[in-house]
Design a protein. Structure first.
Length: 255
Protein backbone atom coordinates (compact mmCIF):
# COMPACT_ATOMS: atom_id res chain seq x y z
CA UNK A 1 0.00 0.00 0.00
CA UNK A 2 1.44 3.38 -1.01
CA UNK A 3 1.77 6.25 1.44
CA UNK A 4 -0.66 9.07 0.61
CA UNK A 5 2.11 11.62 1.12
CA UNK A 6 3.94 10.14 -1.86
CA UNK A 7 1.15 11.35 -4.15
CA UNK A 8 1.95 14.97 -3.25
CA UNK A 9 5.55 14.72 -4.44
CA UNK A 10 6.60 16.44 -7.66
CA UNK A 11 10.05 14.92 -8.04
CA UNK A 12 11.19 15.05 -11.65
CA UNK A 13 8.34 17.32 -12.78
CA UNK A 14 8.85 20.75 -14.32
CA UNK A 15 6.60 23.69 -13.51
CA UNK A 16 6.28 26.91 -15.51
CA UNK A 17 5.18 29.70 -13.15
CA UNK A 18 4.31 33.15 -14.49
CA UNK A 19 4.64 36.23 -12.31
CA UNK A 20 7.31 34.31 -10.40
CA UNK A 21 9.67 37.18 -9.58
CA UNK A 22 7.85 38.14 -6.38
CA UNK A 23 4.65 37.88 -4.35
CA UNK A 24 2.23 35.01 -4.82
CA UNK A 25 3.98 33.73 -7.94
CA UNK A 26 7.30 33.48 -6.18
CA UNK A 27 5.69 31.82 -3.17
CA UNK A 28 4.03 29.17 -5.33
CA UNK A 29 7.20 28.56 -7.32
CA UNK A 30 9.09 27.90 -4.09
CA UNK A 31 6.32 25.60 -2.84
CA UNK A 32 6.49 23.52 -6.01
CA UNK A 33 10.27 23.40 -5.70
CA UNK A 34 9.96 22.21 -2.10
CA UNK A 35 7.81 19.37 -3.41
CA UNK A 36 10.57 18.42 -5.87
CA UNK A 37 9.69 20.24 -9.10
CA UNK A 38 12.07 22.02 -11.44
CA UNK A 39 10.99 25.65 -11.92
CA UNK A 40 10.75 27.89 -14.97
CA UNK A 41 10.26 31.35 -13.44
CA UNK A 42 8.59 33.60 -16.02
CA UNK A 43 8.23 37.33 -15.45
CA UNK A 44 8.72 40.67 -17.15
CA UNK A 45 10.83 41.51 -14.07
CA UNK A 46 14.15 39.79 -13.29
CA UNK A 47 13.40 36.49 -11.50
CA UNK A 48 16.95 35.60 -10.51
CA UNK A 49 16.07 35.87 -6.81
CA UNK A 50 13.46 33.15 -7.26
CA UNK A 51 16.00 30.99 -9.10
CA UNK A 52 18.53 31.43 -6.29
CA UNK A 53 15.95 30.49 -3.64
CA UNK A 54 14.97 27.36 -5.58
CA UNK A 55 18.62 26.41 -5.90
CA UNK A 56 19.11 26.98 -2.17
CA UNK A 57 16.39 24.38 -1.65
CA UNK A 58 18.42 21.95 -3.75
CA UNK A 59 16.27 22.34 -6.86
CA UNK A 60 16.82 23.34 -10.47
CA UNK A 61 15.43 26.54 -11.94
CA UNK A 62 15.75 28.93 -14.83
CA UNK A 63 14.46 32.48 -15.26
CA UNK A 64 12.69 33.43 -18.49
CA UNK A 65 11.98 37.08 -19.23
CA UNK A 66 8.65 37.39 -20.98
CA UNK A 67 6.20 40.19 -21.64
CA UNK A 68 2.95 38.23 -21.50
CA UNK A 69 1.06 41.31 -22.63
CA UNK A 70 2.62 40.69 -26.05
CA UNK A 71 0.94 37.61 -27.55
CA UNK A 72 3.79 37.12 -29.99
CA UNK A 73 6.17 36.41 -27.09
CA UNK A 74 4.17 33.50 -25.67
CA UNK A 75 5.41 30.72 -28.01
CA UNK A 76 8.95 31.88 -27.28
CA UNK A 77 8.34 31.52 -23.53
CA UNK A 78 7.50 27.83 -24.00
CA UNK A 79 10.36 27.31 -26.46
CA UNK A 80 12.87 28.94 -24.10
CA UNK A 81 11.65 26.87 -21.15
CA UNK A 82 12.07 23.66 -23.16
CA UNK A 83 15.70 24.49 -23.92
CA UNK A 84 16.44 23.74 -20.25
CA UNK A 85 13.61 21.35 -19.38
CA UNK A 86 12.29 19.52 -22.49
CA UNK A 87 9.19 18.09 -20.77
CA UNK A 88 6.86 20.66 -19.18
CA UNK A 89 4.37 19.14 -16.74
CA UNK A 90 2.79 22.01 -14.79
CA UNK A 91 1.69 25.52 -15.72
CA UNK A 92 0.78 28.09 -13.08
CA UNK A 93 -0.79 31.20 -14.65
CA UNK A 94 -0.18 33.71 -11.86
CA UNK A 95 0.95 36.88 -13.67
CA UNK A 96 -1.66 39.58 -13.25
CA UNK A 97 -2.17 43.32 -12.96
CA UNK A 98 -4.93 45.60 -11.69
CA UNK A 99 -6.15 49.12 -12.44
CA UNK A 100 -8.46 51.09 -10.15
CA UNK A 101 -10.91 53.74 -11.34
CA UNK A 102 -14.65 54.40 -11.32
CA UNK A 103 -16.51 52.42 -13.98
CA UNK A 104 -17.70 55.56 -15.82
CA UNK A 105 -14.15 56.94 -16.00
CA UNK A 106 -12.30 53.71 -16.78
CA UNK A 107 -9.99 54.12 -19.78
CA UNK A 108 -9.64 51.92 -22.82
CA UNK A 109 -5.93 51.48 -22.06
CA UNK A 110 -6.58 50.28 -18.51
CA UNK A 111 -9.15 47.84 -19.87
CA UNK A 112 -6.83 46.48 -22.57
CA UNK A 113 -3.72 46.28 -20.37
CA UNK A 114 -5.46 44.24 -17.67
CA UNK A 115 -7.33 41.94 -20.04
CA UNK A 116 -4.14 41.34 -22.01
CA UNK A 117 -2.23 40.00 -19.01
CA UNK A 118 -5.03 38.52 -16.91
CA UNK A 119 -6.99 36.52 -19.48
CA UNK A 120 -5.49 36.74 -22.99
CA UNK A 121 -2.08 35.52 -21.77
CA UNK A 122 -3.74 32.77 -19.70
CA UNK A 123 -5.59 31.53 -22.80
CA UNK A 124 -2.66 31.58 -25.22
CA UNK A 125 -0.06 30.25 -22.77
CA UNK A 126 -2.40 27.44 -21.70
CA UNK A 127 -3.06 26.63 -25.36
CA UNK A 128 0.67 26.41 -26.12
CA UNK A 129 1.27 24.30 -23.00
CA UNK A 130 -1.57 21.88 -23.80
CA UNK A 131 -0.45 21.45 -27.40
CA UNK A 132 3.04 20.61 -26.19
CA UNK A 133 1.83 18.12 -23.55
CA UNK A 134 -0.55 16.37 -25.94
CA UNK A 135 2.07 16.22 -28.71
CA UNK A 136 4.45 14.26 -26.50
CA UNK A 137 1.68 12.06 -25.10
CA UNK A 138 2.20 13.29 -21.56
CA UNK A 139 0.05 14.47 -18.70
CA UNK A 140 -0.26 18.05 -17.54
CA UNK A 141 -1.61 20.24 -14.77
CA UNK A 142 -2.75 23.82 -15.28
CA UNK A 143 -3.40 26.01 -12.24
CA UNK A 144 -4.92 29.39 -12.99
CA UNK A 145 -5.00 32.16 -10.42
CA UNK A 146 -8.53 33.45 -10.10
CA UNK A 147 -9.79 35.85 -7.41
CA UNK A 148 -12.56 36.67 -5.00
CA UNK A 149 -13.79 38.75 -7.94
CA UNK A 150 -14.33 35.56 -9.90
CA UNK A 151 -17.33 35.23 -7.56
CA UNK A 152 -18.17 38.86 -6.80
CA UNK A 153 -18.42 42.17 -8.63
CA UNK A 154 -16.12 44.36 -6.60
CA UNK A 155 -15.87 48.13 -7.08
CA UNK A 156 -13.62 50.34 -9.21
CA UNK A 157 -11.85 47.39 -10.90
CA UNK A 158 -13.99 46.58 -13.96
CA UNK A 159 -11.29 45.00 -16.11
CA UNK A 160 -9.92 43.00 -13.19
CA UNK A 161 -13.38 41.68 -12.30
CA UNK A 162 -14.11 40.81 -15.91
CA UNK A 163 -10.77 39.08 -16.41
CA UNK A 164 -10.95 37.03 -13.22
CA UNK A 165 -14.52 35.94 -13.97
CA UNK A 166 -13.23 34.85 -17.38
CA UNK A 167 -10.38 32.92 -15.76
CA UNK A 168 -12.90 30.83 -13.84
CA UNK A 169 -14.93 30.12 -16.97
CA UNK A 170 -11.86 29.29 -19.07
CA UNK A 171 -10.66 26.92 -16.35
CA UNK A 172 -13.89 24.94 -16.67
CA UNK A 173 -13.74 24.88 -20.47
CA UNK A 174 -10.15 23.61 -20.56
CA UNK A 175 -11.10 20.88 -18.08
CA UNK A 176 -14.06 19.85 -20.24
CA UNK A 177 -12.03 19.62 -23.44
CA UNK A 178 -8.68 18.31 -22.19
CA UNK A 179 -9.48 15.98 -19.27
CA UNK A 180 -9.69 12.97 -21.56
CA UNK A 181 -6.24 13.85 -22.92
CA UNK A 182 -4.57 13.76 -19.52
CA UNK A 183 -4.70 17.44 -18.59
CA UNK A 184 -6.21 18.77 -15.38
CA UNK A 185 -7.11 22.45 -15.23
CA UNK A 186 -8.11 24.01 -11.92
CA UNK A 187 -7.88 27.46 -10.35
CA UNK A 188 -7.00 28.98 -7.01
CA UNK A 189 -8.94 32.04 -5.90
CA UNK A 190 -6.80 33.85 -3.32
CA UNK A 191 -8.58 36.01 -0.81
CA UNK A 192 -7.24 39.39 0.24
CA UNK A 193 -3.47 38.89 0.18
CA UNK A 194 -0.70 41.18 1.38
CA UNK A 195 0.82 41.83 -2.06
CA UNK A 196 1.69 44.82 -4.24
CA UNK A 197 -1.78 44.68 -5.84
CA UNK A 198 -3.47 45.27 -2.47
CA UNK A 199 -1.03 47.88 -1.17
CA UNK A 200 -3.48 50.77 -1.80
CA UNK A 201 -6.21 48.93 0.11
CA UNK A 202 -3.97 48.18 3.05
CA UNK A 203 -2.81 51.82 3.12
CA UNK A 204 -6.44 52.98 3.42
CA UNK A 205 -7.18 52.52 7.12
CA UNK A 206 -10.96 52.49 6.75
CA UNK A 207 -10.99 50.15 3.78
CA UNK A 208 -8.42 47.83 5.35
CA UNK A 209 -10.41 47.66 8.59
CA UNK A 210 -13.61 46.89 6.67
CA UNK A 211 -11.90 44.08 4.77
CA UNK A 212 -10.37 42.54 7.88
CA UNK A 213 -13.70 42.72 9.66
CA UNK A 214 -15.19 40.52 6.93
CA UNK A 215 -12.42 37.88 6.96
CA UNK A 216 -13.18 35.24 9.63
CA UNK A 217 -9.45 34.49 9.95
CA UNK A 218 -8.93 38.15 10.92
CA UNK A 219 -5.81 38.72 8.83
CA UNK A 220 -4.54 39.32 5.32
CA UNK A 221 -3.28 36.25 3.51
CA UNK A 222 0.36 35.63 2.61
CA UNK A 223 2.14 33.73 -0.19
CA UNK A 224 2.71 30.87 2.25
CA UNK A 225 -1.06 30.38 2.50
CA UNK A 226 -1.16 29.22 -1.13
CA UNK A 227 1.60 26.62 -0.82
CA UNK A 228 -0.58 23.66 0.12
CA UNK A 229 -3.21 24.42 -2.50
CA UNK A 230 -0.79 24.77 -5.40
CA UNK A 231 1.14 21.62 -4.53
CA UNK A 232 -2.11 19.66 -4.19
CA UNK A 233 -3.44 20.83 -7.57
CA UNK A 234 -0.08 20.22 -9.27
CA UNK A 235 0.36 16.73 -7.85
CA UNK A 236 -1.10 13.26 -8.51
CA UNK A 237 -3.13 13.73 -5.32
CA UNK A 238 -5.57 15.85 -7.38
CA UNK A 239 -5.80 13.67 -10.48
CA UNK A 240 -9.60 13.44 -10.23
CA UNK A 241 -10.10 17.14 -9.52
CA UNK A 242 -10.83 19.09 -12.68
CA UNK A 243 -12.47 22.40 -13.56
CA UNK A 244 -12.72 23.55 -9.94
CA UNK A 245 -11.86 26.90 -8.38
CA UNK A 246 -10.46 26.51 -4.87
CA UNK A 247 -10.85 29.57 -2.65
CA UNK A 248 -7.99 30.24 -0.24
CA UNK A 249 -9.56 33.21 1.47
CA UNK A 250 -9.55 32.91 5.25
CA UNK A 251 -13.29 32.32 5.09
CA UNK A 252 -14.21 35.47 3.11
CA UNK A 253 -16.77 33.74 0.88
CA UNK A 254 -18.36 32.01 3.85
CA UNK A 255 -19.53 35.35 5.32
Amino acid sequence: MSNILESFKLTGKTAVVTGAARGLGQGMALALAEAGANIVAVDILPAEDTVKQVQALGGKAVAVVGNLGDRASIPQVIATAKQTFPALDILVNCAGIIRREDFVKFSEKDWDDVMGINIDAVFFLSQAFCNDVVARGGKGKIINIASMLSFQGGIRVPSYTASKSAVQGLTRLIANELAAKGINCNAIAPGYMATDNTAPLRADEKRSAAILDRIPAGRWGTPDDLKGAVVFLASPASDYVNGYTLAVDGGWLAR
